[in-house]
Design a protein around this ligand. Structure first.
Ligand SMILES: Cc1ncc(COP(=O)(O)O)c(C=O)c1O
Length: 377
């Protein structure tokens, strides 16, 4: 290490030593050496932003909508979103903030409610950002194991609640498991949070991607639930950075205050385009994604133990041999990119395979997955 490096290293916070670069990024690095990879590691839709939405963003730029906006979001977009929320949860007196991605909403929410030493309950497997954002807020993650079927055992959650518990972080449909939760589970979780005075945050960014029956939200059963959603997945706008949160007015006001001094606002032209996005019919894409889910599931279900497949665009099968990292290494040797379970979990038994891919890529992926499974028999 040079003297210069040592000086810089001295500046880096202790907090950063607990953050490892994402396992997903590592797979991308490995992928660079493969000429024609079968990429089923992707966490974003394979469709592009709808043309009218692109045009609305370009028009907004040309019209000079390039300045800061109101912190809480431009009134036209916020009104439309609030109307949607009001139609769904009438009489619940919810307020809403437009954020820089759903990630932005997560940062604001956790920083507004978590004090140093507070506990946040997270279901394992979890979305990669959750534990890091909890540490950023100074909190402590308390993990609840949901293996093997990713069901939530309410009695386990109740046992995990202590005087320090501030938040339960729930994700439905879930990344990486593809799990969608039943009305009974969602209601029980909402009731439990209410009974113990704990904030339930419901990350519903995959709300458009659910394939069997009605999607349940805990906000139907507990007015104090903070719901996070966004445009990234529903409209293929991952790079445009816009999400939103709705919940108790007092909490939303605090989030607006913090956004003012952090992100400032969601990108202006994206907010204008968001109004057009809300009026797009995306049902064709969602039907296509259900077919993709069926295709991948049917292609590998006789070869793998797949506990759930209700939503998002992932399956989280058990790795043959029980060691997911070793299995993923073999897959990569066969040009197939998937993500090892330890990226999302303290347990390295399952792997994430995404069906947000073209039909031909899915076909090639299924072929490799079948071949790999046979090699373990
Ligand atoms: C469960 C979950 N929450 C939040 C996000 C962040 O989404 P955004 O692009 O809106 O920041 C993602 C993205 O992968 C996700 O999977």
């Amino acid at each position: 290490m040079t003297n210069h490096d040592a000086v810089v290293e001295h500046w880096i916070s202790e907090r950063m030593s607990h953050i490892e670069s994402s396992g997903i990024r590592k797979v991308f690095e490995l992928a660079k050496s493969i000429k024609d990879p079968i990429n089923l590691s992707i966490g974003q839709p394979d469709f592009d932003v709808p043309e009218p939405v692109k045009k609305a963003a370009k028009d907004a730029i040309d019209a000079g909508r390039n300045t800061y906006t109101l912190t809480q979001g431009i009134p036209e977009l916020r009104q439309q979103l609030l109307q949607m929320v009001e139609a769904k949860f009438s009489g619940s007196n919810r307020d809403l903030i437009v954020t820089s991605g759903t990630s932005g909403a997560l940062v604001l929410a956790l920083c507004c409610v978590v004090d140093p030493g507070d506990e946040v309950i997270i279901f394992d497997p979890y979305f990669v950002m959750y534990p890091h954002l909890v540490s950023l807020a100074g909190g402590k993650s308390v993990f609840i194991d949901t293996y093997p079927d990713f069901e939530i055992d309410i009695s386990k959650v109740e046992k995990a609640i202590t005087k320090k518990t501030k938040v339960i972080l729930f994700n439905n449909p879930a990344n990486p498991t593809g799990k969608t939760y039943s009305r009974d589970t969602v209601k029980a979780l909402a009731d439990l949070a209410s009974k113990h005075g704990v904030l339930l945050i419901s990350d519903e960014i995959y709300s458009a991607f659910h394939y069997d029956g009605m999607l349940q939200t805990p906000a139907d059963y507990n007015h104090n639930v903070l719901v996070l959603d966004g445009f990234s997945k529903s409209y293929g706008m991952t790079g445009w950075r816009m999400g939103y949160a709705h919940g108790p007015a007092k909490l939303i006001q605090e989030m607006i205050k913090l956004q003012q001094f952090t992100f400032v606002c969601a990108p202006s032209m994206v907010q204008y385009a968001g109004i057009t996005a809300l009026n797009q019919d995306m049902s064709g894409f969602m039907r296509e994604y259900k077919l993709k889910r069926d295709f991948l599931l049917n292609g590998i279900k006789d070869y793998y133990d797949i506990p759930s497949a209700g939503g998002a665009f992932y399956l989280f099968p058990k790795a043959p041999g029980g060691n997911s990292s070793a299995f993923v290494e073999k897959a990569i040797q066969n040009d197939l990119l998937i993500i090892p379970g330890k990226t999302f979990s303290s347990v390295d038994s399952n792997f994430r395979v995404s069906f947000a891919a073209k039909q031909q890529t899915l076909e090639r992926g299924i072929e490799v997955l079948q071949k790999l499974a046979k090699s373990f028999r």
